[in-house]
Structure formats: C-alpha cells, structure tokens
Design a protein around this ligand. Structure first.
Ligand code: FAD
Length: 556
C-alpha cells in the first residue's frame, strides 16, 4: 500500500508515524512545501519573545531523523500543486530543483493546515507588516525586530495568537498596541471573562484598541503607520496580522472534494473525504461540533494530532475508529493569568438560539489557608432541563489548566452539571480544596437549576426596571469603599433584623463581593416571602471589572 501525505507538521506527521507503527511494509511519502517538518508552531511566539532561546528546540524531528526513524520518504521544499483523484496521482513541484513530476498513490492524506487571513488593506504588503504561521515567518519577524531595533509593535487581532505575540513582544521590552474590531478581546470567551483579561493586559502595559478598525498602513522611510478608521494614526516599527485563519482547501476544492458550511473539507466520522481514497485531518477539515451538531473547524494542535492517529488506524484496519469531534478546548497564557475555554460560550449559544443557563463563580486555586492560593473565575453554561454542560471558561492563575481539562472531558462525554458536583479530585491543601472549583461550579449550577439560586448576569443588570431595588449586602466598610450606583447597603448579618427595609412588592437585586453572601441573603429573603430576589453572578468583584471594561455600562 502506498500512502501520500500532504503536510508534515501536526496532523501529517502524526498520521505518518502511526501508519508506520501499524504497517511496517507500507510505502509512505510525505510532501512538505516548507523547509521543516514536525515543528512546534505553538512555540513560535515564545521563540520570538526570547522565552525559548534555542531555535533548535522548536524542531521535534528533522526531515532526515523522521525519515530514518519511520522509514518514510520525506520530501521537504516540495509542494503538491494538484490532485487527480481519478488517476490517483498528485502533481508536485520540487521547489529546490524547479522540477515538476507526478506521484501515484493508493491512499492520500491531506493535512495542509490553515492559512492566515490577510485583510485586503492598502499597505498590507509593506515592509514591517507580518503574519505568523510557520518557521519562515518566525525567522523574518525575529530578524526584522533585531535589524530595525523595533521599539513599538501593533498587533491586529486579539485572538489567542495575537495576544501571545503581544505578551512576547512586551517581554522584549516593546510598546505594544493591540487593535481589535470586536468590542472585546478573545472572541472565544464571553465578555465577563474577557473583561478580566483586558484589565490584566492593560495593567501589564498593553494598549488595547477595541471596536477599532484598521483602514490601512503607510510607510515613509523608517516610519510605519497604522491608519485607523476615524482618522487616528499609530506609529509603529512592526505590525503583526493576527486576524484569524481559514482552512487551506485550495487543493481539495480544485480536485473536486466537497467542502462545507464552515469552509473546511467535509469528512465522515472516519475522516474520509468525499473521495474514498482521500482522507483529511487537522485545521483543514470541518466536523459537527459535539455540543451543537453544527459544522465547525478546529484550529488546534491537539485535535490535529489525535485525528492523525485515528486516520491512520482507519487507513490500515478499515474504517472502524470514529472521530467524535472537537469541543474546541483552548488555553492561553496572558502574563500572570491563564484563560481557558471549552465548549460553547453563552454568546455563541444565544446567537444560535439555544436556551441555556449561566453560572459564574470565583474560587481559590487551593485551600485559602495554604500560602499562595489565587482566585480563579469560572463561568459555565448548561442546558436548562437536563443540566448538560455546554461550555466552560476560566481565568485565573495557578490550576486553570487542570480544571479546564476536567470541564472538557465532561463536555466531550456529554456530562452534566451533576457530574461536576461529584467529580472526585486529588486533594491536599497545596493543590485544591476539599470542594474543588469544579465542584463549586457544579454546586452553584445545581442551585440555579433547582431554582434555589436565582441570578442576574452583569449583562442584564443594566436592564433592571426603574422600580427595582439594588441592595449591597457587604459590610458598610466595603460599601463605602465602592459600590454600584444606586445601591442601598443592608449587610448580610443585619438582614434578619431589617426585613421591613426590603420592599415586598418590588424586584430585589442583591450583590456581595463574590456571590456567596448574596446567595445567603437571597435564601433568607425568599424564605421570608420575598418573591423576586436575584443575586448578581460574580458579585461586585466581577461587576467592577465588567463595568470598567464595558464603556456603555460605565455610563450608568
Ligand atoms: P499545520 O501544522 O499547519 O501543517 C500543515 C503543513 O502543510 C504546513 O507545514 C504547510 O507548509 C504544509 N502544506 C500546505 N499545503 C501544502 C502543499 N500543497 N504541499 C505540501 N505541503 C503543504 N494550537 C494549539 O492547540 N495550541 C497552541 O498553543 C497553538 N499555538 C499556535 C501558535 C502559532 C503561532 C500557530 C501558527 C498555530 C498555533 N496553534 C496552536 C495551532 C496549531 O499549530 C495547528 O492547529 C496545527 O498545527 C494544525 O495542524 P495541521 O497538520 O492541520 O496543519
């Protein structure tokens, strides 16, 4: 059996290695148009930022070591320019020797990845304007920064890679501005989580331009300028375009393979394309999202690697292993904070008209009495009837990653918030609390689902009626230090003695610092006959950040 693989990084190299492990006698030919194979794309921003100092560390394998270890024919600097599914051949262009030739296959695997979206703006081709996808881009950027002694950088797009670049360029001592068309950074999160991240980035010295559109770039000598809609201009030395990626389906489309609504190659559950002899993996494919069933692409290294393994199994043993899809679990380090997301956001569910409930908690990373605990904020979204977990987002310091992975596993296994309440975790004071933040998120969600806790999100607090009463149940000292406009102060411990101060005929909105005291206050009031009492999710802590970051709310 002769396999040809197009693309030799995450998906392609994984497929090739697994193919060899399963079939010692197969012929495996890998075409890679770049110079390198199996390298760490995910490490590129950190190499630019001098966090990873040794360039060699980016390379998991060289073409020759991979060829020797896996007895594969690895042809780098060789681009596949077309596929003929009827003849079962590919046409390739040897970029070093300028030779074109055909290569036949029995089975073809596509893993060409995604392409950066380059906004068609005037000046986008100017010197100093870069995008980052591979080692060559990395080398250009690093060399340029050093050659022009770059002091200022503008990042266009506040997604994961854009923000990683922002942090790394800041690490090099540069002044960094991030421009984002949307009203928040990290579109994969809900605003409550993004707001906390934004505050942190500003504290670390980044300039954030939200709701801001770039209209072009200009250069006069050494002077590179970013032209913003509305007339403002930013001077910079370097621009990094991070406006997202799109599946590189050019070869597939030209060969007549079917693509889908999410612009990826359509594959079945065995990762087989519309041609039975062609399989595809990685950033280039689309697949139904396990939560919504809608077609999505997943531009993540984890799914690409795992698909490679499944694909190879199906190629060698027949279509037996089904790919279940990716819940798009992603994580990013933003200076001292970590942001993790998995599943669908509340905003995403709202957009799709899928009914859901939201719960927000703040919880310590480990026992508060053991030194070094830090607060993390967790927002989960879940189905109103079944409690099925639909999404989770976390921001915090230590331990965000392990909680994220638990949520991802529960979502993947179609679990519910009841599973969260029972998950057994390893506990000792340096690592967690007897009730882990994951359990706490489940408890709060369970209270919401059973109607014991009624919450209002920061987003909705703005819409409360004029005759509603807002009550701050924190201490007087906390109240004086800062509260929400128009709030009365009735501290939690005084409530039982001051029930008469709460108007029985009006909606009552309660908040405390983090949400817990508000819940206790709500329990007291509802059990004393007050009909509509809502507790602010995430408390004043979240509200303060949220309001500061959301200009419209600031006007309140
Ligand atoms: P790729 O790994 O992109 O490999 C595709 C290869 O195919 C390329 O080398 C390309 O040159 C080659 N190719 C394309 N067309 C042809 C052709 N016609 N002929 C020959 N060769 C061809 N994901 C995470 O999960 N976590 C992270 O922290 C993370 N960080 C990232 C940081 C950066 C800067 C980048 C760029 C990506 C990051 N990713 C991250 C995404 C992750 O790298 C990708 O999801 C993953 O590499 C996709 O694997 P793939 O095999 O589909 O494509």
């Amino acid at each position: 059996m002769k396999y040809i693989i197009i693309g030799a990084v995450a998906g392609g190299a994984s497929t090739a290695a697994r193919l060899r492990r399963l079939d010692e006698h197969a012929e495996i030919v890998i075409f890679e148009k770049g110079e390198y194979i199996s390298y760490a794309n995910c490490g590129l921003p950190y190499y630019i930022g001098d966090v990873i100092k040794d360039r060699n560390k980016l390379f998991v394998q060289s073409a020759s070591s991979f060829a020797a270890r896996f007895n594969a024919d690895v042809r780098v600097c060789t681009e596949v320019t077309s596929i003929d599914p009827a003849k079962k051949t590919v046409t390739v262009f040897d970029l070093n020797n300028f030779k074109v030739y055909e290569e036949p296959y029995d089975k073809l695997i596509l893993s060409p990845g995604a392409r950066p979206l380059i906004p068609p703006l005037p000046g986008v081709d100017l010197e100093g304007v870069f995008s980052l996808r591979n080692v060559a881009d990395t080398d250009y950027i690093k060399e340029y920064i050093s050659r022009v002694s770059a002091r200022k950088a503008v990042i266009l797009g506040a997604g994961f890679i854009g923000l990683e670049m922002a942090e790394n360029l800041r690490h090099l001592g540069m002044e960094v501005s991030v421009i984002e068309m949307g009203g928040q950074i990290l579109a994969a999160t809900d605003f409550s989580i993004a707001a906390i991240a934004q505050k942190h980035l500003r504290e670390k010295g980044l300039e954030l331009y939200l709701d801001t559109t770039v209209e072009g770039f200009s250069r006069a000598g050494n002077n590179l300028k970013v032209l913003l809609k509305g007339g403002d201009v930013l001077d910079t030395d370097i621009v990094i375009l991070s406006a997202g990626v799109t599946p590189d389906t050019r070869l597939a489309k030209a060969a007549g393979l079917k693509t889908g609504a999410a612009k990826g190659i359509l594959v079945n559950e065995y990762l087989q394309t519309s041609d039975e002899n062609i399989y595809a993996v990685g950033d280039v494919i689309e697949f139904p999202n396990p939560v919504t069933g809608e077609p999505v692409v997943s531009s993540l290294a984890g799914p690409a690697n795992k698909q490679g393994r499944i694909c190879a199994d199906n190629l060698v043993s027949g279509n037996k292993r089904q790919y279940r899809g990716s819940v798009n679990t992603a994580i990013v380090k933003l200076f001292d904070l970590t942001v993790g997301v998995t599943g669908i956001t509340a905003a995403g569910l709202k957009e799709k008209g899928i009914s859901h409930l939201v719960s927000v908690i703040h919880s310590n990373s480990h026992a508060g009495y053991y030194p070094g605990a830090s607060l993390m904020t967790i927002q989960i979204v879940f189905a109103p009837e079944s409690g099925r977990l639909l999404g989770a987002q976390i921001i915090g310091g230590e331990g965000v990653d392990k909680r994220l992975d638990v949520f991802a596993a529960v979502i993947t296994n179609k679990g519910s918030i009841y599973d969260l309440t029972e998950i057994e975790h390893g506990y000792a004071p340096p690592f967690s609390s007897a009730k882990d933040p994951v359990n706490m998120a489940g408890f709060v969600a369970e209270n919401i689902l059973t109607g014991r806790l009624k919450t209002v999100q920061c987003t909705d607090l703005v819409n409360i009626g004029a005759d509603a009463v807002l009550v701050d149940v924190r201490t007087e000292k906390e109240y004086i230090a800062g509260t929400i406009n128009g709030a009365l102060n009735i501290p939690l411990d005084d409530i039982r003695g001051r029930l008469a101060d709460f108007p029985a005929d009006r909606d009552i909105y309660i908040f405390c610092q983090q949400g817990m005291r508000g819940y206790l206050a709500q329990r007291i009031l509802t059990q004393n006959g007050f009909k509509k009492v809502l507790n602010l999710a995430g408390g004043y802590l979240l509200w303060k950040i949220y309001a500061d970051e959301w200009r419209n709310l600031c006007k309140l």
